[in-house]
Write a protein that binds this ligand. Sequence first.
Ligand code: NAD
Ligand code: MG
Length: 394
Amino acid sequence: MSQLISKKLVLLGATGSIGESTLRIVRQHPERLSLLAIAGKSRWEPLAEIAREFGVRHVGIFDSDALDKARKSDAFPADTIFYEGVEGLIELACLPEANLVADAIVGTLSLKPALAALECGKDLALASKEILVMAGKFVTRAAKANNCRILPLDSEHNAIFQCLQGEEIESVAKLILTASGGPFRDFTTEQMASVTREQALKHPNWDMGPKVTVDSSTMANKGLEVIEAHWLFGLGRDQISVVVHPQSIVHSMVQHVDGSVIAHMSPPIMTFAIQHALLYPDRAIGVDKPIDFTEALQLDFRPPDYGKFPCLRLAMEAMAAEGIAPAVFNAANEVAVDAFLDEKIGYLDIARVVEGALETVPSRDPQVLDEILESDAEARRIAGEIAESLTAKA
Ligand code: NAD
Ligand code: MG
């Protein structure tokens, strides 16, 4: 029996869907995981509850008004040290006692905190796929330079990570990412035209935050994940494919050069992937019921329909184009999803905004991070303009 590894965890995005699942795992394994710091955007009441329950002293609240309220309340333990804004997240990511930083902040805001964590020598458990899509070259470079691990929390990537244990990457022919296909996998394009916010926010298999739920329904999520896989495992576009698997039981597969396929299975609940990443290389009893093979189980697979899901096609094209194209895809998609959730544009407009931004933002091959940040800002501005023009037409 190996010696128990105990890790001190910084959890960025503690109040979200991944954050909550992470807390369930910390609760289950107090001897292996202790919560050193937490952070969220503005909902300070749940952060106070977490701080009290887990005895956390370091608390980041991004939003300054919310932070003011939190300070004035007596909801937090008396010895709480508060951190504000991105600078606060960076400080938390580099706390000297920490040895694992979990990044579960939606969007790209955590790019600098995640880079800081790696530069300070911390392993990074990563849910925020957007930062890899935007700046994978710089994030993976920082991990390598500082001898740190990026442990995937995203279920597909965690599945591939598990399938690759003990294997040489040279023996891999293909990574096969599974996709549920989302709630509209059997809709026609005409039916999709009238999809509402409420419909897009209901995923058939997964319970997730709003942005990733909409991304799953457009399959932009799978597109982001293909690019995420490219950076995590260092394989090119022709070695990463997508298959629709409506049951979400097989979380991804690795096909080797000899034709063997290794698949990872678990119920469609994020705790399986999160626990694996947090405890790696250890394993322990999980928090949710595993698959019960005494009950009938059917697994279906079919190819994706790129015509019906243009966001998936656009992501694949952005990956092939390289340079800043993936960052533009990601930024435009974030703007478009926000506009859709604000009911300013229609469902099919999401892909129109993304395609318009990809056609407009000039391509470049970023040598420094600032160039990505500039292109990201430009893509957001252009996507915003396209979204406004579509709102005006509606
Ligand atoms: P969510 O919307 O439920 O939660 C987002 C979290 O980020 C919240 O804690 C929020 O406070 C925090 N946050 C947002 N902006 C912030 C800011 N400016 N400063 C500090 N904190 C901020 O989202 P989620 O579903 O938990 O997803 C988080 C990430 O994980 C996303 O990148 C998503 O793609 C990825 N992911 C999620 C799932 C899932 O099942 N939910 C699965 C795989 C990957
Ligand atoms: Mg996923």
